[in-house]
Design a protein. Structure first.
Lengths: 148, 148, 148, 148
């Protein structure tokens, strides 16, 4: 990826509440479900830029898919906890993006303060043809919206 | 639904194991997840009749959707438990089916015996156009496969 | 259930956005996932009455579980759609509650207007000992909070 | 982690079928759901060694949690596809394990042959006190079972 690196982007923030559906019999959020939280934050970040994915797919025949993710789980999260889930675009290429994401505590209970880092991920997103799933260049107008 | 009622159908049976993903912080299977188990059993019942839903959609442009379900939760189910999940076609109409489903214990731990009823559901399935989601008549060859 | 019936309760309302995680390959919300939406709305309704379920479990050793639900699926819901999910207490007994829930469209796209009914459910909730899962009487202070 | 590295472990294999619940509106398996598949395979690998996690938690007061995972998504997977999901212990430390996992095609449709690599992950698992979630040494008998 011949990439542009963005210095210290201001992170997009999205609140997430933990419901029964998110937890498992260990009493904490099931490890796969953080990927749902991160996806919601990315979707809302795109929406904040005027990008609706369903409409985008209808109009361009393309869609974003995740091609790689690295996740570190730092502290357990429990039912009723409130999180802030961030999304920051840290690299843009011709066919893919790299997004840094964090889940931070909004609930004082966790470590006796708010803002503690609970989970973080680096996610690579590729642009593909929505029928064939072949990688394609991100359409220029979309790339402009993303990096404006 | 001008329906044919089937007497005492032999129930299709499908084994399901309970994993972390199925449980919640109460220590038991989350109530929505039984609908996943029931769906798996219906899908495997259809497959046992030679019906693959993805291929069916490609070939006919139609698909089954659930239009109604009633579920009774009788006993809690825990991590590592094994279930038998049944599917019995009890009514067929022109545009819909009614399927009776049960989740039974395969694990001796539950009530000290196997076969205890854990959860049961009655599910109405309609046939719809896969693009418009408008109800349509179930294609005759499909109906024949279902009731053969 | 020797029950008190409540006339026309003002429904509690909770907004829900449809994300990728909620949809399936049919292009619409997977039928089990409405039960997640309904659970979120019930949890937020309880919270609006000052009831936090994790704390309640720690303090009383009891918890609510769903014992029965009936769901009608009326219209398909798609990615990016916005819903209003209601919760209304319609009956209270000594050991259980009956809650009526609706998912209404907040998105004009559906039927060209907002407010269209998409899915509805009647859910019976029982109070159980959180270790043994045996039904028990709902603690009086809790019952007072629910019906105040 | 003062770790033992295992050369070319024989991978444990577990079959997984793709159901509606696993897919999203893109027509393919939702990216978080591979973590469910990988968890199932790890659980069955443990079971094949005589380790039941629920019983283990009851007996030792400890449990495994995922502390890190890296996932590469190589090819899209669709409804009805069949996968083989592997689990190989590649490193054991005093308080954690590293497990390599792959999802391979069992369906000829994918790339016209079976065995194509669809998704792979490296997962670090830590042993924690099940109440406090503090890291602890893996009990010696458990470690013996894992590396026997």
């Amino acid at each position: 990826m011949s990439a542009a690196t963005h210095d210290q982007p201001a992170a997009f923030q999205w609140p997430v509440r933990v419901y029964w559906e998110d937890t498992d019999a260990g009493g904490i959020v099931f490890y796969a479900n953080y990927l749902k939280f991160f996806e919601r934050s990315r979707t809302e970040w795109l929406r904040s830029l005027g990008i609706e994915q369903q409409r985008l797919k209808n109009e361009t025949g393309g869609m974003f898919v995740v091609t790689e993710s690295t996740i570190r789980y730092l502290r357990p999260v429990r039912l009723d906890d409130e999180l802030i889930v961030t999304a920051s675009l840290i690299e843009t290429g011709r066919a893919s993006l790299i997004i840094k994401q964090q889940a931070l505590s909004k609930t004082e209970r966790i470590k006796g303060r708010t803002g503690a880092l609970l989970c973080e991920a680096t996610v690579r997103i590729g642009w593909v043809n929505a029928s064939t799933f072949q990688p394609e260049r991100i359409p220029a107008p979309l790339l402009n919206q993303l990096t404006a």
